[in-house]
Design a protein around this ligand. Structure first.
Ligand code: NAD
Length: 479
């Protein structure tokens, strides 16, 4: 039989990116006061994608006031069951527009389409589904504690998982009866604006969710306003510290999801081939732009040489290139500043005398691409062991005893996540309970579920997102 396939539409058509995007305030898309805009680019080829409204301080006040009156007027009074229906509707519309959202995410952020399609978008929908289910069960989650919404919540997110971070933040806040002003990162605002379109199409009461776009100044004006009852921030530790200082002495609630420098520990009795896959996924997923990336590999001495050979062999098979090609494993570095920062760290490793291994891959001529990189023989004091690189760069250290592994794993200022590989459950539990990390994976890595809490210790922040813990962060509770 003669099958005829329609030619695939241009990817940009699938993403349906408009020439300009406004701010989403009180249920409508509006221009920024003064008409300022900024441009968003495709990091894989530096091509202009769209112009986006750059909010002024007056615009953020308008958005906060819209959230305030929507909260008092309608959202807070609505039953949990009714709120839940809106969240279910948003979840289903994310699924309906999944292809468009995935392509837009990869065009704007540089991540492989396989990841946007199979991870970011379905997980964003899953968060709305999950919290939709909680909206009418808050009394059961916190029995006898009279859970009540906080009020207006200002939410600020980074560029690495734009749609997913927006969903992580908006879904629990709405389920708990709060109203929201979200500020996406200036590098990747497109899918948050598409989420605003979905929210508009779902007939969510105007003002319940507002999206203001722009750079750090927009974030600052949200943080420094008297209106929000809570600031929920995901981003760098540096900005997190700034926000904590601004909020100190006020009665604002605050959660901070900040940077990380996770230890990925492989013991000599681990299933080594599986561990290699885990390590590759741990550091090269989303080009290593992952706060919980397994960016420090700790190998038991007896297996170190053999493991590194297996790892290099596997790395040679990784495809670096066009984010929209479904065979691509590693896409483009998200933006120029990050590209320079990663190169700076690789050079710093070289200057410290570390052995650098980079896959001999042909990188695309345009755009920001970095070959997957290992920094071998790293000392605990090395900058590349202590500081977050946020790219496809893995430092490697060895250890002799389990105590040494734990000591090295904990000896950084971060405490977001960690991973352990061993065939023996008792060894895993012995180690995991001694690690100062909010999330610890055993014999796997980078696995997420809306029902499980996520968050850090030390300079990785405080507060939890996900699961019942994620509700707690958006409620007044009398316990
Ligand atoms: P960033 O801190 O520079 O920016 C994050 C957001 O804050 C952006 O929207 C930005 O415009 C805004 N912002 C910047 N300065 C501000 C200020 N002074 N006041 C208010 N808002 C301000 O971070 P980034 O470079 O976009 O993202 C990378 C960082 O995010 C990494 O450190 C990464 O580890 C972290 N991150 C953490 C998690 C987590 O859950 N722990 C998740 C993803 C990313």
């Amino acid at each position: 039989m003669d099958f005829k396939f329609a030619p695939a539409p241009e990817s940009a058509d699938i993403a349906d990116i408009k020439a300009t995007y406004g701010l989403f305030i009180d249920g409508k898309f509006v221009k920024a006061t003064g008409g300022k805009t900024f441009t968003t680019y495709n990091p894989a080829n530096s091509k202009h994608l769209a112009k986006i409204a750059d909010a002024s301080a007056a615009d953020t006040v308008k958005a906060l006031k819209a959230a305030q009156s929507a909260g008092q007027g309608v959202w807070k009074k609505m039953s949990g069951a009714e709120r839940g229906k809106y969240l279910f509707r948003i979840a289903r519309m994310i699924q309906e527009r999944a292809r468009e959202l995935a392509v837009a995410e990869s065009l704007d952020g540089g991540k492989p389409i396989r990841e946007s399609r199979d991870f970011d978008v379905p997980m964003a929908a899953a968060h709305f589904f999950y919290y939709a289910g909680w909206a009418d069960k808050l009394e059961y989650a916190f029995p006898g504690a009279n859970p009540a919404p906080l009020g207006v919540v200002a939410q600020i997110v980074p560029w690495n998982f734009p749609l997913l971070m927006a969903a992580w933040k908006i879904a629990p806040a709405l389920a708990c009866g709060n109203t929201v002003v979200l500020k996406p990162a200036e590098q990747t605002s497109l899918t948050a604006l598409k989420l605003a379109e979905i929210i508009q199409d779902c007939d969510l009461p105007p003002g319940v969710v507002n999206v203001v776009t722009g750079g750090p100044e927009v974030g600052k004006s949200l943080v420094n306003s008297d209106i929000p009852a809570k600031i929920a921030f995901t981003g760098s530790t540096e900005v997190g510290k700034y926000i904590q200082k601004q909020v100190a002495g006020t009665d604002k609630h605050l959660t901070l999801e900040l940077g990380g420098k996770a230890a990925h520990i492989v013991l000599e009795d681990a299933a080594l081939n599986q561990a290699v896959e885990g390590v590759v996924n741990g550091i090269f997923f989303n080009q290593g732009h992952v706060c919980c990336a397994g960016s420090r590999l700790l190998l038991q001495e007896s297996i170190a040489d053999g493991f590194i050979e297996k790892l290099k062999k596997r790395m040679r098979t990784l495809v670096v290139g066009d984010p929209l090609d479904k065979n691509t494993d590693i896409g483009a570095i998200n933006n120029k500043e990050q590209f320079k920062r990663i190169q700076h760290f690789i050079n710093s490793g070289k200057e410290e005398g570390l052995t650098v291994f980079q896959c001999p891959t042909k990188l695309p001529d345009n755009g920001y691409f970095i070959a997957p990189t290992l920094l071998l023989n790293a000392a605990q004091s090395s900058r590349v062991v202590q500081e977050e690189i946020f790219g496809p760069v893995l430092s490697i250290q060895t250890f002799r005893t389990v105590d040494e592994a734990i000591e090295k794993a904990n000896n950084v200022s971060y405490g977001l996540s960690a991973g352990v590989w061993s065939e023996k459950g008792s060894r895993i539990f012995n180690i995991t309970r001694q690690l100062n990390a909010g999330v610890v994976w055993a014999n796997t890595y980078n696995k997420f579920d809306p029902a499980s809490p996520f968050g850090g210790y030390k300079e990785s922040g405080f507060g939890r997102e996900g699961g019942v813990h994620g509700l707690h962060a958006y409620l007044k509770i009398n316990i």
